[in-house]
Design a protein around this ligand. Structure first.
Ligand code: GRF
Length: 218
């Protein structure tokens, strides 16, 4: 794949993979409209869940949106093939996992080195890894009594939430927080800001990866 710095005249194409409400997808759409993410288009939205409200958000903006569900394939391998083929056919430069709950197959990680990012609703390496998704992340953070949580955008490698960290933003935990209240505050104050920012930085060649270390030029 060409170096991003050489692509200055081309529109940067992203695929956004979703499973649920799609508030992060909406944040990306709004950031493109507001010029916070520049020179970038959402070429494709894929959901593994046909009931995902994220699909409505895509349709409202005439963004191509498709359901590719593991339930519709006879094996996981067949699902993985379909997912990878669809993304490749769309010719995207970056795959954005915005609440996507299916594991990305290893060979897709190999095909898109440092070209798949994920948003996770905690400060990695806290409250991440297998089993830490959705409200469970916030339940565990509150159970542990942390005073600060937040969100992380990271590149996707073959582990769960183990890839190089691109951006993080801390968010305070307040007295009386429930998992839902904390989840919403982290979305509003962190996720919806750092995910669009990371996309714009990557689209403009400002993110350099060296092993597990990422340098961001701002
Ligand atoms: C977000 O909290 C994100 O961090 C996590 O899944 C949730 C997706 O929410 N990976 P939405 O579908 O973007 O509203």
């Amino acid at each position: 794949m060409p170096a991003l710095a050489d692509r200055s005249l081309k529109v940067f194409k992203i695929a956004v993979l979703v499973s649920g409400g799609g508030t992060n997808l909406q944040a990306i759409i709004d950031a493109i409209d507001a010029g916070i993410i520049r020179d970038t288009e959402i070429a494709l939205v894929i959901s593994n869940n046909e009931g995902a409200y994220a699909l409505e958000r895509a349709k409202a903006k005439n963004i191509p949106a498709e359901v590719i569900s593991p339930k519709k394939f006879e094996s996981r391998e067949a699902f993985n093939d379909a997912l990878q083929k669809r993304v490749q056919d769309a010719g995207v430069d970056l795959i954005v996992l915005a609440g996507f709950l299916c594991a990305i197959p290893d060979r897709m990680v190999d095909a898109y080195p440092d070209r798949i990012i994920n948003i996770h609703p905690s400060l990695i390496p806290s409250f991440c890894g297998k089993g830490f998704y959705g409200l469970k992340v916030h339940e565990k953070a509150l159970e542990r009594g942390v005073k600060v949580s937040g969100a992380t955008v990271h590149f996707v490698d073959k582990g769960t939430d183990t890839g190089p960290i691109i951006l993080q933003k801390a968010v305070s935990v307040e007295n009386g927080d429930t998992p839902k209240i904390l989840q919403r505050r982290i979305m509003e104050q962190a996720e919806w800001k750092i995910l669009p920012k990371a996309i714009d930085l990557i689209a403009h060649g400002k993110v350099k990866v060296d092993g597990r270390k990422v340098t961001v030029e701002e």
